[in-house]
Design a protein. Structure first.
Lengths: 116, 114
């Protein structure tokens, strides 16, 4: 079956430092990968959408300078949170899609980021 | 912009009773896709239902929902709740031309009591 492995599951970083999270698609080709953040008491916000061989599209309030994303092939994507501060706390979720039109996203388990 | 509203943050009911979780949406697109995702404790969100056809009932695993474009609604229902249905349920929306951009509601926590 189709699965998405996301790691690490939890991470703690000091304020001002950076951390990287990764997603691995298994059983399908991840043509598109969407990265979301769920801040405390909020729903999932789309950070950016990455499609292989296309430019990465960032949503308003999210930038490449803050959340650089790599999507080098059809099975892997990573995102880094640079200079993390308290407001960056939350659950980061990647969702990968085979790109077959109106198909669903297969989600990873998420990376819970805590900032000290 | 597009938005999804789930009015209930928490729904608590006894096993065997019917379930209804509300979902309404706003979008400028005439052919939106609506989804229900379910997230159990310590698991990732999993697709439960999806629909893009007006007034057509969609069913899966005992749950059903009907997209009503006239009222911009996509309520989730089940005739009889089970303990294992306790989870977080997200209603979500995507545009037909950009299906990978999914906009989530705030989620409704369903708590089923024995």
């Amino acid at each position: 079956g189709a699965l998405v492995y996301q790691y690490p599951r939890r991470t703690i970083c000091k304020s001002g430092t950076s951390m990287r999270m990764e997603c691995q698609a298994v059983g399908f080709q991840a043509t598109s990968v969407a990265w979301y953040r769920q801040s405390p008491q909020k729903t999932f916000e789309l950070i950016a959408l990455s499609t292989v061989n296309s430019a990465i599209k960032y949503e308003q309030n999210f930038t490449q300078e803050k959340f650089p994303i790599s999507h080098p092939n059809l099975s892997f994507s990573s995102m880094t949170v640079l200079n993390a501060y308290l407001e960056d706390r939350g659950l980061y979720l990647c969702g990968a899609s085979p790109g077959q039109g109106h198909e669903r996203l297969f989600f990873g388990h998420g990376t819970k980021l805590s900032v000290l | 912009g597009d938005s999804v509203t789930q009015t209930e943050g928490l729904v608590t009911l006894t096993e065997g009773l019917p379930v209804m979780l509300n979902c309404t949406y706003q979008t400028i697109y005439s052919n939106p896709f609506l989804f229900w995702y379910v997230q159990h404790l310590n698991e990732s969100p999993r697709l439960l239902l999806k629909s893009f056809t007006d007034n057509k009932r969609t069913e899966h695993q005992g749950f059903h929902a009907t997209l009503h474009k006239s009222s911009s609604s996509f309520h989730l229902q089940k005739s009889s709740a089970q303990l294992s249905d306790s989870a977080l349920y997200y209603c979500a929306l995507s545009e037909d031309t950009n299906a990978y951009k999914v906009i989530f509601g705030k989620g409704t926590h369903l708590h089923v009591l024995p």
